[in-house]
Ligand binder design. Structure first.
Ligand code: GLC
Length: 437
């Protein structure tokens, strides 16, 4: 497939998934609007249709809660999947009218997307665009710090795996097994009666079960949402009472990068970040270092309650590269792991879990497969730290994956075969962005 054909194939997917003002991640599996998906989608759309890219991001703001929270899902009228709709929004006083949203957030990549779309507008339109979006993103970042980092450590906590966008990564499975696993779930697992819970799942109608989360883990995730819901989705209440929340290295690396983007947006329109937010942003840069494991040089998420590192290494351990906030020495160490074929240097890079991990599974969702969005973030990080050769190679292999296997949700890192949903929007969008580099 040459460049033009790949571009055409990617555009076709985005057209197919276009619902007017927003784009669904994949037709049947994900029939609503997801936050970080829409951000990646806008980053691709800016090359083909900047106005439509703006619309994609504006439509996310429909869901913003009065306290500043940007929710991870804005539900459409499709009732077939992600059934917890309705339950969420109505019970928190901050929830918006007119649109039903989830009660939790997703990685804060919005500022990056707004900045990137602005680059494709003329100077006048760019200014208008940044002015239009600035205050609402500030409100979102402020909410993240107020609700999720009340003690001003610089590290915000995620309260559920869905918030990190890496739904069934080993870090969170570890947490679910410890803190969201009632005795009867163990019993269902042992007796294999857990198979009955399949009737509650829709995702496995569209994607092979061995490529999705296991039944017991899916149920445990669901129970964790129910617990949060009992507290009306109030972060501070939940942080006080639950051992589930995590100072997630992926989420905080993305936040650090987003703070930099927000500052650039502010500069472009002659504004300043509110002093408290600027101070919090500086704390996050320092906070990332607290998550660095001195022995290995890798970064680890840690449990919020007792600050213990969670020893599971995943692709999130490399995202400090994307943050741009770590030293070049520390970045170099991460690049060594990317090159090493015992770790992240698989034939088709970069696996979501290193190949030497006991939890590595080349097919299962966030437990080994390659995702185009994490490759894209690391590609940006490699360029930022001057690793142009590695960035070039990663870009070429990512394009090759899509050329061979289509715009799939994820790919097997050993043989490059496609997995998960077909015609997945952020894969298509980020392929367009990579092609335009
Ligand atoms: C899955 C992914 C998440 C994504 C969503 C929609 O839940 O883990 O990151 O946002 O699908 O594509």
């Amino acid at each position: 497939m040459d460049r033009q054909q790949l571009l055409k194939a990617a555009k076709k997917v985005l057209d197919h998934n276009d619902r007017g003002s927003y784009t669904v991640p994949a037709e049947k599996l994900y029939p609503h609007q997801w936050m970080w998906d829409s951000c990646f989608i806008a980053i691709g759309l800016r090359h083909t249709d900047p106005r439509r890219a703006q619309k994609e991001l504006i439509s996310l703001l429909r869901g913003q809660w009065a306290n500043g929270m940007l929710p991870h899902i804005l539900f459409s009228n499709d009732r077939s999947n992600w059934k917890q709709r309705h339950e969420e929004a109505l019970i928190n006083p901050h929830a918006p009218n007119g649109v039903i949203t989830s009660g939790m957030t997703q990685p804060p990549i919005m500022a990056e997307a707004v900045l990137a779309v602005g680059e494709k507008l003329n100077a006048g339109d760019r200014r208008i665009w940044y002015k239009l979006m600035f205050q609402q993103i500030v409100a979102y970042h402020q909410w993240l710090y107020d609700e999720r980092d009340p003690h001003k450590t610089g590290l915000v906590s995620a309260i559920h795996p869905y918030e990190t966008g890496m739904d069934s990564s080993p870090v969170w499975l570890d947490q679910l097994h410890r803190y969201a696993w009632p005795w009867w779930l163990t019993l269902l697992d042992i007796t294999r009666l857990i198979r009955l819970s399949k009737v509650l799942r829709r995702d496995t109608h569209f994607v092979r079960p061995e490529q999705r989360t296991r039944d017991s883990e899916a149920l445990s995730s669901f129970l964790a949402i129910r617990r949060f819901r009992k507290l009306s989705f109030s972060g501070p209440e939940y942080l006080k009472s639950s051992w589930l929340p995590v100072e997630d290295i992926g989420f905080n690396s993305i936040l650090a990068r987003a703070n930099t983007c927000l500052e650039q947006i502010a500069n472009a329109i002659g504004e300043k970040l509110p002093a408290e937010l600027a101070a919090n942003a500086r704390n996050t840069v320092n906070g990332l270092e607290q998550l660095r494991d001195q022995e290995t040089g890798l970064y680890l998420s840690r449990r919020r309650m007792d600050k213990t590192p969670i020893g599971q290494i995943t692709i999130a351990s490399l995202l400090p590269l994307y943050s741009g906030a770590i030293s070049s020495d520390h970045a170099r160490k991460l690049v060594e792991y990317i090159r090493d074929d015992q770790w992240f240097g698989s034939h088709w890079p970069i696996p979501s879990v290193p190949v030497n991990s006991l939890n590595f599974n080349p097919w299962r969702y966030w437990q080994g497969p390659v995702w185009v969005n994490t490759n894209w973030m690391i590609w940006k990080g490699l360029k930022h730290y001057g690793y142009y050769q590695e960035a070039k190679m990663l870009r070429a292999k990512t394009l090759a994956l899509a050329a061979r296997g289509g715009m799939s949700e994820y790919f097997n890192p050993l043989n490059g075969r496609p997995a998960g949903a077909k015609n997945f929007s952020w894969t298509a969008a980020l392929i367009i962005d990579l092609l335009n580099d």
